[in-house]
Ligand binder design. Structure first.
Ligand SMILES: C[S@@+](CC[C@H](N)C(=O)[O-])C[C@H]1O[C@@H](n2cnc3c(N)ncnc32)[C@H](O)[C@@H]1O
Length: 261
């Protein structure tokens, strides 16, 4: 494994042997599964998955790395390599009920998560095991009322159950990044139908109520154009008037939304 890397592409390669096995193990039995790996790089995790998955699809943007992977797995018919930007790849033709795995390129973590959430709404993906910057993982998994809870937490938890698996120090990578990294598992189970809300307008509502972090929920609703009378009429019983969106459960958020529209 050479030292050549492109920092712009988030290339911090995993060199901790136990960690790469733990990440692959976190997807469970793969013998009947189609797995999509985002950013396989030099293949630290890929090498393990390639002997386990029924089908393994690799999405790698770096041309030299994609060529290296094509050569390395040329005799394994279960492995398919898509050279390109994961944000541009249409996941629909890759199958249904996919498993996704990846030590993500951190510069596009949020965009990748949003893409996976959207894909989960149509049953395209079942589960994902993802490594990301620790602070982002903390936001994805935070409970309401906790400092890290916000739009990303609410959006993630509308789509999936989130498990924090483990955190790695910079030395687990070559070159070491400036941050700690956390592996999480997402079990996709979108909650829109259960909570009685439509996905796209509810997404827009979440963006409104988290628009300004320092404002109360009521003030964010006012800024979004709701009248004080409409807000009063929709306010769920027992909710403190000065509450911030960050302290609101998804159930209360959905109740408020349903009362307002
Ligand atoms: C953090 S490295 C992980 C590499 C390898 N999986 C590992 O764990 O050692 C991120 C990988 O994502 C690739 N990458 C960066 N941007 C990408 C994009 N937009 N689409 C697909 N892959 C990308 C990088 O080239 C790199 O191989």
């Amino acid at each position: 494994m050479g030292n050549k890397h492109k920092p712009k592409l988030g290339q911090n390669f995993l060199i901790d042997d136990r960690a790469r096995h733990a990440i692959a193990d976190a997807l469970g039995d793969l013998s009947t599964r189609t797995v999509v790996e985002i950013g396989p790089g030099h293949g630290a995790i890929t090498e393990i998955l390639a002997t386990r998955a029924k089908k393994l699809i690799l999405i790698e943007l770096d041309r030299a790395l994609a060529a290296e992977l094509r050569f390395r797995f040329r005799e394994n018919p279960a492995v398919e390599i898509l050279e390109g930007d994961v944000l541009e790849v249409d996941l629909a033709p890759l199958g249904q009920d996919l498993d996704v795995i990846g030590n993500l390129p951190y510069y596009i973590t949020s965009d990748i998560l949003l893409k996976l959430f959207a894909a989960s709404r149509t049953g395209l993906i079942r589960r994902a095991v993802l490594m990301m910057q620790r602070e982002v993982a903390d936001r994805v998994s935070a409970a309401p009322g906790i400092k890290d809870y916000g739009l990303l937490s609410a959006t993630a938890q509308m789509h999936a159950r989130v498990d924090h698996l483990f955190t790695l120090p910079p030395e687990a990578f070559n070159p070491p990044p400036d941050v700690f990294s956390t592996v999480i598992r997402l079990e996709f189970a979108p909650r829109f139908a259960e909570l009685g809300v439509e996905p796209a307008p509810f997404d827009a509502f979440l963006r409104q109520i988290y628009a300004q972090k320092r404002k109360t929920l009521r003030n964010n609703l006012r800024t979004a154009g709701h009248t004080p009378a409409a807000i009063d009429a929709a306010w769920p019983a027992g909710l403190p008037p000065e509450i911030r969106a960050e302290a609101l459960s998804l159930e209360d958020t959905a109740a408020l939304y349903c009362n307002l529209v």
